[in-house]
Design a protein around this ligand. Structure first.
Ligand SMILES: Nc1ncnc2c1ncn2[C@@H]1O[C@H](COP(=O)(O)OP(=O)(O)OP(=O)(O)O)[C@@H](O)[C@H]1O
Ligand SMILES: [Mg+2]
Length: 327
């Protein structure tokens, strides 16, 4: 694996220049000298950048689900008023404050209320108040500090190993900008096709415009057919060219398997949970109960496990270079 910094003990050598819009950091000795004015949210992974339907929610929720099932303590923060991540984990936003918890915490300084979704997985629920909060933060002077504070407290409380943000579509909400400005690591999903690849090209300029210091972990290629090797190779090459050595695209590609994904959603289960459940249903009861388990479900679930491991590896390497989860 290759990331954008080389470690050459005892010095950390930055291969990226200050002027590089991808990563505005100057490393001197072993410390980060310049990291922007607002403190970063420790241990945070922002899943974002991308138009509607680019699989941000799928990626953030499935990774959060797998990591928590493996023993990590995860806080999943739903920042989208559509509350898609909240629904993926099986919660009804209207039963859990409809986004009020984050608003109360950011606007009034209340302690951030979270809802338990699974063992090891809490969620900051979104909903209609998420939009009010976003509008409120458009005019707030110290919006970035106010946004980051509850999450910094959550990270420093020692209750969570990782905070995963699910962002709304780019440009649609102030909250997306603020998460990009205060998050530590960024994961970007993309699919194949001209529109998606063109969308990736604006990534660097979006980060520059936001004056974001977020560190790009990589781009995840999603919804690309397992039986389309040429398309996979072509997309990988296009993504690599756009990233130009800043971060390799992840090795794992998530296959196009809409039916399997939709079935897991209908069951209000994560893919890995649904795949696990499917192994317990005998062929006889599948026929009797007219349950049709998609043939590619296990492969899809496996790909998310592999991806979760890859992301873990990159976080570990980047943490080593940047100094762990320190602010
Ligand atoms: N592996 C897959 N194969 C095919 N379709 C998929 C796969 N995974 C997710 N999808 C579908 O892709 C669509 C978009 O997914 P998702 O909601 O994650 O996108 P998003 O970027 O979060 O969208 P928004 O910007 O609206 O929040 C959904 O309809 C989902 O069912
Ligand atoms: Mg979404």
């Amino acid at each position: 694996m290759h990331i954008w910094l080389e470690k050459d003990p005892p010095l950390v050598v930055a291969r990226v220049l200050v002027s590089d819009p991808w990563c505005k950091m100057v490393l001197q000795g072993e410390g980060v000298v310049e990291m922007g004015s607002v403190e970063t949210i420790p241990n945070s992974v922002v899943v974002g950048i991308g138009k509607g339907g680019s699989c941000k929610t799928t990626l953030s929720t499935q990774l959060a689900g797998i990591w928590s099932s493996e023993g990590k303590r995860i806080l999943l923060a739903d920042l989208d008023m559509q509350a898609s991540a909240t629904k993926v984990v099986g919660l009804d936003p209207s039963q859990h404050g409809d986004g009020r918890h984050l608003m109360d915490s950011i606007a009034y300084g209340d302690e951030l209320a979270t809802v338990k979704a699974r063992d090891g997985l809490d969620i900051v629920v979104a909903g209609r108040h998420t939009k009010t909060l976003s509008n409120h933060l458009v005019t707030a002077d110290t919006a970035a500090e106010a946004f980051a504070l509850p999450f910094q407290k959550a990270a420093l409380s020692g209750k969570y190993d990782r905070i995963v943000f699910d962002l709304p579509p780019s440009g649609s909400s102030r909250l997306a900008d603020l998460a990009m400005q205060t998050g530590k690591y960024l994961l970007v999903p993309t699919s194949s096709g001209v529109d998606n690849i063109e969308g990736l090209r604006v990534l660097a300029s979006e980060l520059e415009e936001l004056e974001s210091n977020i560190v790009l972990l990589g781009v995840v290629m999603m919804k690309i057919g397992a039986g389309a090797p040429r398309k996979r190779a072509e997309t990988r090459q296009q993504v690599s060219e756009i990233l130009a050595g800043v971060a390799d695209p992840f090795q794992t590609i998530i296959r196009d398997a809409g039916a399997a994904y939709d079935d897991s959603r209908k069951a209000s289960l994560f893919l890995h949970e649904y795949a696990e459940w499917a192994t317990t249903v005998s062929v006889a009861s599948q026929i009797k109960s007219k349950i049709r388990i998609p043939g590619n479900l296990a492969d899809l679930a496996r790909e998310f496990y592999e991806l979760a491991d890859e992301v873990d590896d990159r976080i570990a390497k980047a943490d080593e270079l940047l100094g762990g989860g320190d602010v």
